[in-house]
Design a protein around this ligand. Sequence first.
Ligand code: NAD
Ligand code: USQ
Length: 382
Amino acid sequence: MKVLVIGGDGYCGWATALYLSKLGYEVGIVDNLIRRHWDQELGVDTLTPIASIQKRIAHWHALSGKNIDLFIGDITNYDFLSKAFRKFEPQAVVHFGEQRSAPYSMIDREHAVLTQVNNVVGTLNILYAIKADFPDCHLVKLGTMGEYGTPNIDIEEGYITIEHNGRKDTLPYPKQPGSFYHVSKCQDSLNIHFACRVWGLRATDLNQGVVYGVLTEETGIDEVLINRLDYDGVFGTALNRFCIQAAINHPLTVYGSGGQTRAFLDIRDTVRCVELALATPAKAGEFRVFNQFTELFSVGDLALMVQKAGATIGMDVKINNIDNPRVEKEEHYFNAKNTNLLDLGLKPHYLSDALLDSLLNFAVKYSDRIDREQILPKVSWR
Ligand code: NAD
Ligand code: USQ
């Protein structure tokens, strides 16, 4: 199967492109490398020294014998996107290519607008490119668990059956996004659902939780293939940040009381979930939603787990509950379903002491690249 991985130079996209290539998929990567530019704009850098996309792909070819096509360009430019589609002729598209940081989207008006234009226009262009030339192509889109917010009822997978005034219907699950970034994901979901209903496209929205970890079988083969790992206050995510903070003896930055509960998964499960979605495509006209996570944790509990794992390798990890820069519930009910991907065969890599040990040791290995000034959050929601 020919799969176009949009955002294939990023954290989830690079790992997925190599994983699919190894499995025998014909892979093309589309990316405008804007993420590398955003890092420069903020003066931040990945923990790991990542090679250029050209070098990464050439090295993968040298080691595996597999070719990956590369299309460098911006998917908000329809002319570029449509030419890339016609050249590659995808049977499936995996779309990771968005501005994905909630804090980045909350910096100011410009960053909110950039995020929403980039994400919503990019996704709309993909829908039009599929409709125009490849109407059977299966769109696998990375959504987010954060579309649902933290409702005081169980979170279903995309849809909920409601009885109201004696009538019953199954409707899209209510959305309560927590940042302008998360709002862009809700708009994407609406646009994709509409395109499936009206044009008969086929799509799977993978509402992914927070991803942790760095090594996959393929990106771990050689340092030239190494994946990015963000730790700064804008692009770094909770568990990855905690491990990297522990590695340099920085107190773990739990925001507020730490009772915020989120859905999490290992990056090795990200790549497998995408494979599972590709292997059993949505039907024509179907907008399928899978909640892509394996476990639920509060951030306070994650910090305690990192502290405990650190102690076993001689680290004295401190936890600091700092003022929460975000506006979010710090104590709440959170119970989300995730059976769709398990039913398709996902065998989760659950968070373990071994994984935390290896992440901590990995962070220590690259700790001389860490800029302590970039750890505390600088973006406020207020
Ligand atoms: P990332 O920033 O590492 O990668 C995104 C890639 O997309 C970058 O290489 C960037 O250059 C590219 N890109 C962005 N806008 C583009 C455009 N207009 N044209 C072409 N390329 C563009 O992000 P990630 O962590 O790999 O996340 C990938 C996707 O997964 C995002 O859609 C995100 O919302 C979703 N997601 C990520 C996480 C997580 O914890 N990392 C969790 C849930 C969902
Ligand atoms: N948090 C801390 N301390 C930190 C960092 C974060 O307590 O140092 C808290 C936040 O306040 C929040 C939770 O941890 O309550 C998650 O924050 P995060 O930065 O790890 O993740 P988030 O902003 O939600 O965004 C990340 C990805 C995004 C993806 C989302 C999945 O950047 O692309 O959509 O995870 S989800 O959280 O399910 O929406």
